[in-house]
Design a protein around this ligand. Structure first.
Ligand SMILES: Cc1cc2nc3c(=O)[nH]c(=O)nc-3n(C[C@H](O)[C@H](O)[C@H](O)COP(=O)(O)OP(=O)(O)OC[C@H]3O[C@@H](n4cnc5c(N)ncnc54)[C@H](O)[C@@H]3O)c2cc1C
Ligand code: FES
Ligand code: FES
Length: 480
């Protein structure tokens, strides 16, 4: 049994987690009796379970408690719906939801309140209360009865009142002064129990994996953000004998840019990547597009780039983009490290070339001469918080009219994320104005053979893959 110490709504809590496979949501509701946080889907899709977690840098982030392991909260500050109204007044977001009639049955309301409160605590929050900002902030939350307009209006009214006011309100909550830093070091493992270990460094990971055989992998697993892994725990009732949490290892959380190469540590989250690639000098509209459409704020705040790649999903969004950037991954084990080209990393449906004793340490690629050479497009049933039916990442460099280099990668058209090298070879050296789009379609048809499933039919996927490529070629031709 893991004894976990954290701050919840300002009070220090030391509690035994009955089972290391238990989610933060179950722990809050069943062990600590905080019933305000709701369970809807149990898979990160509805936002009813949203709570706020303060990270090591004091940033307050919305997360889905249903797919966050309770044991991962060791040493963290957590704010739940019970912790944001002080004893006299409601939090401004709560009051606005009442004023604008943003709640009917009320089941989803705690989740919306927490998502909007997290949004209102952003450093630039007062500037972020336009309609589109609020829609983005609640893109991970579903309401089945109110209709979204009253909720959006409440968000626009309450998220504009200023960070200081919002934070003060949260801090005012309890008699002792909530959100005090816990007197618990970030790296506290808190327990000698090995069933859930928070790794402090890469040496610890390598040592733990050294003895792992292929049959041990699901019993003894690595997790980073757990946004993939905990859906399986909840929905397929997967139980892990031991879990190694690598999300706090400083060397896996760095992004470095050196000599024209960017190296991203495996445990950098999507929210951190959004901040990095939407500001100079590495501003990329393709990466912005990918991350704006990636899950929800709750998912981006915990999900990592390493988890996205290692899950080996054919519809993971980062994989095609990284293939189009000609990226490689650094795989490490005790005493060894190897660089693997990403196109050799994916072996089959959710199968990768990671050995049982290896972990992914980082991904690296050369900075493109011009970020506009890279594009990313995602087609999904729902604009927000949905996995791709098909997506395309295309790198196209041309000198005037002549294609110098093309790298074309897709997700959702094969059991693995796939680069279409044969087509790239056809395009290289061709004048953009002379490319026969009909021939490109025929070639693509002969190379890819997508499947039909609940997300899209094979024919739809094929047509979308063609359209995304032809559109990009046509666009480049106009600007050549
Ligand atoms: C509601 C919802 C929406 C989502 N939306 C999207 C989306 O729009 N696009 C998309 O691509 N994905 C999406 N996902 C999937 C998921 O969030 C991402 O793939 C995320 O990046 C996974 O990262 P993680 O750190 O949470 O992985 P985890 O769940 O921690 O791990 C995933 C797998 O990778 C392994 N692993 C993790 N890190 C390492 C490492 N460094 N070395 C070796 N193995 C490792 C784990 O053992 C596990 O098997 C969504 C998921 C949910 C629940
Ligand atoms: S219960 Fe639906 S996102 Fe957690
Ligand atoms: S108010 Fe009923 S689900 Fe939102």
């Amino acid at each position: 049994m893991n004894s976990t110490r954290f701050n919840i709504n300002g009070s220090k809590v030391v509690a035994d987690i009955p089972d290391h496979n238990i989610s933060l949501l179950d722990f809050l509701r069943d062990t600590l009796n905080f019933k305000g946080t709701k369970q809807g889907c149990g898979s990160g899709d509805c936002g009813a379970c949203t709570v706020i977690v303060e990270d090591a840098h004091g940033k307050t982030l919305a997360v889905n408690a249903c797919i966050t392991p309770a044991a991962a909260m060791q040493g963290k500050n957590i704010i739940t719906i019970e912790g944001i109204a002080n004893q006299k007044t409601l939090h401004p977001v709560q009051q606005a939801l009442i004023d604008f009639h943003g709640s009917q049955c009320g089941f989803c309301t705690p989740g919306f309140v927490m998502a909007l409160t997290a949004h209102s605590l952003l450093p630039d929050a007062p500037k972020k209360n336009k309609r589109e900002d609020i829609i983005a902030a609640i893109s991970g939350n579903l309401c089945r009865c109110t209709g979204y307009w009253p909720i959006i209006k409440a968000g626009m009214a309450s998220c504009g009142v200023g960070e200081a006011a919002q934070l003060r309100h949260v801090r005012m909550w309890e008699p002792q002064g909530a959100l005090k830093k816990p007197h618990i070091p970030e790296n506290c493992s808190g327990s000698s129990d090995e069933s859930y270990q928070i790794a402090q460094n890469e040496t610890m990971v390598a040592q733990r994996l050294e003895q792992r055989s292929p049959s041990d992998c699901s019993r003894s697993t690595i997790i980073a953000g757990a946004t993939d892994e905990w859906v399986a725990v909840n929905q397929q009732l997967e139980q892990h004998e031991t879990i190694l949490d690598i999300s706090r290892i400083p060397s896996l959380r760095e992004i470095t840019a050196r000599d024209g190469t960017i190296e991203i540590g495996a445990c950098v989250t999507h929210s951190e990547l959004f901040a990095y690639f939407t500001e100079a000098p590495y501003q990329s509209s393709a990466i912005r597009e990918l991350l704006t459409r990636f899950g929800s704020p709750q998912i981006r705040n915990r999900g990592t780039i390493g988890g996205n790649i290692c899950g080996g999903s054919p519809i993971a969004d980062w994989s095609p983009l990284l293939l189009a950037l000609d990226a490689s991954v650094v795989l490490k084990s005790a005493g060894s490290s190897r660089l693997v080209h990403l196109s050799n990393f994916f072996l089959g449906y959710r199968q990768t070339s990671l050995r049982p004793d290896e972990y992914l340490a980082s991904v690296q690629f050369n900075v493109p001469q011009d970020w506009s050479q890279l594009s990313f497009e995602k087609i999904s049933k729902r604009y927000e918080d949905d996995i791709s039916s098909v997506c395309a990442a295309i790198f196209l460099a041309h000198d005037g009219d002549v294609v110098q280099e093309a790298r074309i990668a897709y997700g959702g058209i094969a059991p693995i994320p796939m680069r279409i090298s044969a087509l790239e070879a056809i395009l290289k050296g061709q004048p953009l104005s002379g490319i026969d789009h009909g021939k490109i379609k025929v070639e693509l048809d002969s190379i890819i053979n997508p499947i039909s499933d609940v997300r899209a039919s094979a024919n739809y996927r094929l047509q979308m893959a063609e359209t995304m490529l032809i559109d990009r070629l046509a666009l480049e031709q106009k600007t050549a």
